[in-house]
Design a protein around this ligand. Structure first.
Ligand SMILES: [Zn+2]
Length: 410
């Protein structure tokens, strides 16, 4: 046992004190943020960028110049309440601010050098993509199934989007099968969101619906096509509300629940929660947006080619909806309610062809443009590759008797 423990320990102490503490350099936004005091905040409702910068004693002339120089990079008017910002100030004093960073979205951010109003940069965080395949069969709720399988429920919305012209999701049944291929986007290695569907398959009833995304290039629309190259797009959507169920079909004779007598029901009723957005099923011009005791608040739209559609019992109109207003397919025109003669919240959807009210579910709606002759070979290649992957995935899952429960509705 040594006789000089005190000397040894004091030596160690001395040598430790001599070591210059190692400074860990921390980079964020492409800046060495550890040399600043970092102040993070969320833009409040009705708060201007100038309010934030004024708090850090940035003068109005500098703010004015930043706004002007920023115009082409990121418009000052586009700062949004709820988004995050960061101020990098001197460690000595908050009133000497050097940088402001605005988080445009999880990928993009803008760096403002407060000492040099010419130095404004829009930057991007690195993103990566992972391709994912999912499969399932209908039985219950797709939302819940996807969440249970740690799959983004947005995929259900995207899948409904792909088939919005061909499948009426208010009529899908237990046993219907689907699978899909899509990209997941990661920002800095963290899951951000699912991207649109690349290819999908839906077996509804006894019919198979394939969909392959393809971009025809130069000014032409990118979209979904079936296995023969026909566009999935139609002049009209299958339904004016996304997630709903049909509560009453078009019929020349049905018992009216309010009037208590038999009369024709020349429309299709979609039951949905009060306030659910109602969309125009096709491009057109609003002919009437009015109120009557029977229809309640309703909108009638005139479409090209002698078609008209009508949407009844709205709780309210979407803003700007009045006669003469041009609408595009999918534009929100109102919200589900039960105004007029209605027992519960629903939209009564009516469809005219050449002045005659018809059952839109039995109508053959003209399709969008198919794949061009010159793009057909390229399309076939894309289609065959995805089709093979979709098929082999379904076969594997059948062997493993893998079943997920799903419904695109509830
Ligand atoms: Zn009705």
């Amino acid at each position: 046992v040594s006789n000089q423990p005190s000397a040894t320990s004091s030596n160690i102490l001395a040598s430790e004190l001599d070591v210059i503490p190692e400074i860990e350099e921390v980079f964020e936004y492409g800046l060495r943020v550890d040399t600043f005091a970092m102040h993070k905040g969320i833009i409040a409702q009705n708060e201007f960028v100038s309010d934030i910068l004024n708090r850090f004693k940035v003068d109005n002339q500098t703010i004015h110049n930043l706004a002007i120089n920023s115009a082409d990079i990121f418009d000052f008017k586009k700062f949004r309440a709820g988004n995050e910002y960061t101020i990098l100030a001197s460690e000595e004093s908050d009133s000497i601010a050097h940088y402001m960073i605005y988080e445009k979205d999880p990928i993009e951010y803008v760096v403002y050098n407060l000492n040099n109003v010419d130095d404004i940069q829009l930057k991007k965080r690195p993103t990566t993509r992972k391709q994912r395949q999912i499969t399932g069969s209908i039985e219950g709720s797709l939302w819940n199934t996807l969440i249970a399988s740690e799959i983004d429920p947005d995929v259900a919305v995207n899948l409904a989007q792909v088939y919005q012209w061909s499948i009426d999701f208010s009529r899908i049944q237990a046993g219907d099968q689907f699978n899909a291929i899509y990209d997941e986007i990661y920002v800095d290695g963290q899951y951000y969101r699912s991207d649109s569907i690349k290819a999908s398959y839906f077996n509804h009833g006894d019919k198979e619906y394939y969909a392959f995304y393809f971009d025809q290039g130069e000014g032409k629309q990118a979209g979904f096509y079936d296995e023969t190259g026909e566009s999935l797009k139609r002049a009209f959507l299958r339904a004016p509300v996304k997630f709903s169920r049909i509560s009453s079909r078009y019929s020349k004779r049905r018992f009216h629940p309010v009037q208590k007598r038999y009369k024709a029901h020349l429309g299709t009723d979609y039951a949905a929660a009060h306030g659910t957005p109602i969309v125009a099923t096709g491009d057109g011009v609003v002919e009437i947006a009015a109120y009557t005791s029977g229809n309640g608040r309703y909108v009638k739209v005139k479409h090209p080619g002698a078609y008209k559609t009508q949407y009844l019992h709205m709780s309210k109109f979407a803003s700007g909806i009045k006669s003469g207003k041009a609408v595009r397919q999918g534009d929100v025109i109102g919200y589900v309610g039960s105004t007029g003669l209605a027992t519960g919240p629903h939209v009564c959807y009516r469809f005219w062809k050449n002045g005659v009210q018809v059952d839109h579910l039995r109508l053959d709606i003209p399709a969008g443009d198919p794949i061009d002759e010159e793009n057909m070979l390229a399309y076939q290649k894309v289609k065959e590759e995805y089709m093979l992957r979709l098929k082999s995935q379904r076969e594997q899952d059948n062997e493993n008797t893998f079943v997920t429960t799903a419904s695109l509705l509830q």
